[in-house]
Design a protein around this ligand. Structure first.
Ligand code: HEM
Length: 419
């Protein structure tokens, strides 16, 4: 239904955005919003802070490909400049401006983005997979003889941080500390600002030690890149790479393992351990993408989107999870749906995620190693009992309790396919 109201602030009694991430069936929540508002719905980010949730696939493409009308820089957010969003808001770490590509537009974005693209293109994928397999097996050795484990806290949430940290020459110990800081940061709760400070303190130390003794890693590559003009831009670019890669990849690993353990289409293939992993990876990106709701773009002028009155300074949230289920993008023919990778899990346009390849490598290696090494793996709770981390943006499982055949036999080193 098209609204007769004139601006976001006219709406009252709005649905909190977190209802779409904390419920069992997010598509049902998006459906309710669509039926009431159409493809673009007013929602509440936190009490008194409304924003538009863009749920239509073409509408999201229109927004992300049109940066002259929809900017990334939160300095254009009216509720932030008016002081409606408090400085200590839990939304801060995800939505307050920083000196990195994520929050920049146009020429400045391209300057800050180039070191990220070049750094990712330079990753030695074979070395990454080898070190990932070693990390995965180390973690599995830590719980293999128990016959039970939590595959989120003891596995999925550790791997992305250690993998991306290692690309920057960050120690395992610091990697674990960064992880604790990030969990608070992404929760957008009361402790999120503190988590953010821990995160920045560790990274500043790492950068200073690399400045004193350069190494062959991404920290040194960023420090010496001509596009990054000062130490703040370097630290913030590292913050971006590590934070963008952490919870997203954790969620992708956990949701893929959940799917393979619970959905009969995948569960039957488990014993071989390898077949079907890529299908499961793609299905998760479609049905439960790691960034369900992506903050944000800010309108630079008054406009209209799917019949809604967008005013200059309004925030728009990309409903990537909703857009993937947009009926206009699907057919009834299962053959056309199979292998379909046209999801928006990585978004699109100039800010599209630069890490499609490494994040798939990390996720596939983590899932495949768990399925290969943990025999007779089953979920220890009912699928609907899986709790999610509190966040309006992601649907990352807080835990994934599993059982398997206990083993104290050392795991044999063998190549796990990553092709
Ligand atoms: C190694 C893992 C990853 C790294 C290092 C990484 C890095 C990044 C970076 C640097 C950006 C900001 C790009 C820019 O603003 O120009 C970004 C954006 C994004 N990433 Fe990733 N990412 C990773 C994994 C993932 C995963 C697994 C997903 C979800 C499937 C994901 C989804 C996104 C999305 C949706 C955006 C925002 C795009 C937008 O605002 O339009 N990322 N990522």
């Amino acid at each position: 239904m098209i609204s007769t109201r004139h601006s976001l602030s006219d709406f009252t009694g709005l649905t909190p955005l977190s209802e779409t991430t904390t419920c069992v069936d997010p598509q049902a929540a998006y459906r309710v919003l669509r039926e009431r508002w159409g493809q673009v719905a007013p929602v509440e980010l936190e009490p008194g802070v409304p924003a538009w949730l863009v749920m239509g696939y073409p509408e999201i493409l229109h927004v992300v490909r049109n940066e002259r009308l929809f900017a990334r820089n939160p300095l254009h957010w009216r509720l932030l400049s008016d002081g409606v969003v408090r400085q200590d808001s839990g939304l801060g770490p995800m939505m307050f401006p920083r000196d990195n590509a994520y929050f920049a537009d146009g020429v400045r974005h391209r300057r800050l983005r180039a070191p990220l693209d070049e750094g990712i293109a330079g990753i030695d994928q074979h070395a990454l997979v080898r070190s990932l397999q070693a990390t995965c097996r180390d973690l599995i050795r830590g719980f293999a003889e128990r016959g039970e484990a939590d595959l989120v806290t003891e596995y999925a949430s550790v791997i992305p941080m250690l993998a991306v940290s290692s690309l920057f020459g960050i120690s395992t110990e610091h990697g674990h500390q960064l992880r604790a800081g990030l969990i608070a940061l992404f929760g957008s709760g009361e402790d999120s600002q503190e988590g953010n400070r821990t995160f920045e303190r560790i990274l500043t130390e790492v950068m200073q030690s690399h400045a004193a003794s350069p190494a062959k890693d991404l920290t040194t590559a960023f420090l010496t890149h001509p596009n990054l003009h000062d130490s703040d831009e370097v630290v913030q670019s590292i913050v971006l790479m590590i934070s963008a890669g952490y919870e997203t990849t954790t969620s992708w690993i956990a949701q893929t393992i959940r799917l393979m353990l619970t959905d009969p289409r995948f569960a039957g293939r488990l014993h071989g351990g390898r077949l079907g992993v890529d299908d499961a990876l793609d299905e998760v990106l479609f049905r439960d993408p790691p960034m369900a709701n992506m903050p944000a773009r800010y309108a630079l002028a008054d406009t209209e989107l799917a019949g809604q009155p967008i005013r200059a300074g309004d925030a728009l949230i990309l409903g990537l999870g909703a857009a993937n289920a947009d009926a206009r993008m699907h057919t009834d023919d299962p053959w056309l749906e199979t292998g379909n990778r046209s999801h928006l899990a990585f978004s699109a346009g100039p800010h599209t995620c630069p890490a499609l390849d490494p994040s798939r490598l990390i996720t596939r290696t983590a899932v495949t190693t768990a399925l290969t090494e943990l025999h007779d793996l089953t979920l220890a709770i009912r699928p609907e009992e899986i709790e999610l981390l509190p966040s309006p943006w992601t649907r990352c499982p807080a835990s994934l309790p599993v059982r398997f055949v206990a083993s104290d036999v050392p795991i044999v080193e063998q190549e796990v396919s990553h092709g």
